[in-house]
Design a protein around this ligand. Structure first.
Ligand SMILES: Nc1ncnc2c1ncn2[C@@H]1O[C@H](COP(=O)(O)OP(=O)(O)OP(=O)(O)O)[C@@H](O)[C@H]1O
Length: 325
């Protein structure tokens, strides 16, 4: 267990440690010896196609299922569902609100289930309803809310007891851009205050923007684990985007030719070049400088998580990757 010494208190850095967990349903291995660690304050992306095993993994972390094998440690101790669940907030994909119950009463009830007194619950619910401009909803029923509104309510009931671990399954589905940003800002804020967040989604661009660390699952197995920037570096393909002063970058109508690089496409009116092994970005710059061509910009193109995902999960041929840059 990693610990750091701050202000005479030990704070646990490694909030969750999952080791070789496994779950099988009949003959279907849903989660196959998956391990990962989650640091305090981290926003962690759990990715994978349909049926990859994400929900099963989350259900083991939240004590809904016992693993068939492997261990889960929460805050440095073996996970104890009965006690630790009060320190976890889980917003599942199938939302679990009572349709006929009034919204204010429901939020109070759920907060008390998470261990808050009636007084604390009232304070927290009022604080969050105020913050999210939901004050007028108090006496409405869930069935009277739009999808986006019930999504906001679900988020509030997941986080208002200030859990140390927050698990959000597709938290932005059904939200308009304004409300998505509202929730996004709260996710950053909760992480800044020390909560750790597991964020499960199929939306790669959201993961790229929000998460600092990801794991990718496929067919029950973990096939990728790392920081977002580290994973992008791992899968980069020596592609660079070159802006040239001359609107017609080709020499005499032909694409530039060099031993150091090949032109593999165009993006935003600029050349996309792939540098050959053994050569450096400087070789590309030298090529154009020697020919008197002004360079207006030079930027490395890193693969998006979506590109990496497709490459790993569906085995898309490399040629198609280049078409997409
Ligand atoms: N209760 C269950 N009984 C039998 N099989 C199950 C059960 N839960 C999950 N599975 C199977 O385990 C595998 C993993 O399912 P899981 O729901 O964990 O995937 P997922 O990554 O969450 O998928 P999705 O993105 O579609 O929600 C699937 O093959 C699924 O059919």
């Amino acid at each position: 267990m990693d610990r750091t010494h701050t202000n005479n208190n030990y704070s646990i850095m490694n909030i969750l440690e999952v080791n070789d967990v496994q779950k099988t349903f009949a003959t279907q291995v849903a989660v196959d010896k998956v391990s990962f660690r989650l640091d305090q304050g981290s926003i962690f992306g759990l990715l994978g196609p349909n049926g990859a095993g994400k929900t099963t993994l989350i259900r083991m972390i939240t004590g809904i299922f016992y693993p068939d094998a492997g261990t889960i440690h929460f805050e440095g101790r073996p996970f104890d569902a009965a006690n630790d669940i009060l320190r976890i907030g889980y917003m599942p994909e199938e939302r679990g609100l009572y349709k006929k119950m009034k919204i204010g009463e429901q939020a109070l009830y759920l907060a008390q289930l998470k261990g808050l007194s009636r007084h604390e619950a009232t304070q927290k619910v009022r604080y969050w309803f105020n913050k999210f401009e939901m004050q007028n909803w108090w006496n409405k029923k869930v069935e009277d809310l739009s999808k986006g509104m019930s999504q906001k309510l679900q988020f509030v009931t997941t986080v208002l007891h200030e859990p140390r671990l927050i698990i959000l399954d597709e938290p932005f589905s059904g939200l308009d851009p304004v409300n998505s940003n509202l929730i996004k800002d709260e996710i950053y804020d909760l992480a800044r205050k020390g909560s750790s967040i597991i964020f499960s989604t199929h939306r790669m661009e959201q993961v790229e923007e929000i998460c600092d660390h990801i794991i990718l699952m496929n067919k029950g197995q973990k096939i990728l684990d790392g920081s977002v920037s580290g994973v992008k570096q791992q899968f980069k393909e020596n592609l660079f985007q070159v802006g040239l002063e001359n609107a017609e970058p080709a020499e005499n109508g032909a694409a530039p030719r060099s031993e150091a690089f090949a032109v593999v496409g165009e993006k935003d009116g600029q050349l996309v070049v792939k540098i050959d092994p053994g050569h450096r970005p400087n070789d590309v710059l030298s090529y154009f400088i020697q020919r008197g061509t002004g360079i207006t910009s030079f930027m490395e193109i890193l693969p998006s998580l979506n590109d990496i995902f497709i490459r790993l999960v569906e085995g898309t041929p490399l040629a198609r990757q280049f078409q997409k840059v």
